[in-house]
Write a protein that binds this ligand. Structure first.
Ligand SMILES: [Zn+2]
Length: 293
């Protein structure tokens, strides 16, 4: 009897692991083209996106230049993740990339009129909803996860992101002086992205926003597309979507950055006070070791 129970638990564990990976192990694109319009965060300009089905990975297109969504095409990570080729740049790709990860979409063309993606409400949820509305199509090919065989580390003892051999899991820790944020930790094991991660909005400190505005940045930013914090106060009248919305947004960001690899990674990811620069540093190391760029 005990033997049978053990076998059942083992069987269930394997099934669950298989099911988790199954959704993102088949190549997928969208069923019909999708048009999205919105305001960009930094320039405060209206931007248009045309997302089309394709079978050549995720490719951004601007002014006729095609920029595959790959880590080697990242040209700036200071405020967001920016892709570029020659003189053409497309910034703040991470929230749409995260939505594509959440739906397991591996292939589509994203044509943009503008230089920065629309900020929507500061989260990945509006992208998710619109992508779900046009539908998802299986392409019939498998994608293999990237198996991590030895630890890979980016950063130092203060802020870092590392990946270790094991099944997929992601833990993220942040620590801010602002009492409204404080120290938070979130562990994501690959389930319930749409409910638990996609709605988490980007955030900023009032003092940083004032400084950025003086430099002509964050012009389109406000309480409609970010959580704003002033010391112990949350300035948004509606409050937070989750008590730990800040760290959940960091999980959203790193999942978007990781999706630049084009395949899921199979390993334990641990991030401590990390940022886009460290995410991309780790991802480039993974690609160099396992894909030989
Ligand atoms: Zn973000």
């Amino acid at each position: 009897m005990i033997q049978e129970q053990r076998f059942f638990v083992y069987y269930l564990t394997i099934r669950l692991q298989f099911n988790n990976l199954y959704n993102i192990m088949k190549r997928k694109t969208i069923l019909r083209p999708l048009h999205i319009k919105g305001l960009s965060l930094h320039k405060g300009e209206y931007v248009e996106l045309n997302i089309r089905p394709s079978e050549e990975g995720i490719v951004f297109i601007r002014e006729g230049t095609r920029i595959p969504a790959r880590p080697e095409n990242v040209v700036d990570t200071r405020l967001s993740t920016t892709l570029g080729k020659g003189k053409v740049c497309i910034s703040t790709v991470e929230h749409l990339m995260s939505a594509l990860y959440g739906l397991g979409i591996t292939d589509c063309e994203i044509e943009i009129k503008g230089e920065e993606l629309p900020s929507m409400d500061g989260s990945a949820l509006p992208f998710i909803k619109q992508l779900q509305q046009v539908g998802i199509k299986y392409l019939g090919q498998d994608i293999s996860p990237i198996p991590i065989k030895s630890p890979i580390i980016a950063g130092d003892s203060n802020s870092s992101v590392e990946i270790h051999p094991g099944l997929f899991s992601l833990s993220y820790k942040i620590a801010f002086e602002e009492p409204a944020i404080g120290s938070q930790e979130y562990v994501f094991e690959g389930n319930n992205y749409i409910e638990e991660i996609a709605p988490a909005r980007t955030f900023g400190r009032l003092c940083d926003v004032e400084m950025m505005r003086a430099q002509g940045l964050a012009i389109g930013g406000g309480l409609h597309n970010a959580v704003l914090v002033d010391r112990e106060d949350i300035l948004n009248p509606e409050g937070l979507r989750f008590k730990d919305e800040f760290v959940r947004h960091k999980v959203l960001d790193i999942l978007g950055d990781l999706w630049l690899l084009g395949s899921p990674v199979e390993g334990e990811i641990r991030a401590v006070k990390a940022n886009h620069r460290l995410h991309i540093e780790l991802i480039l190391k993974i690609k160099e070791i396992f894909c030989g760029i």
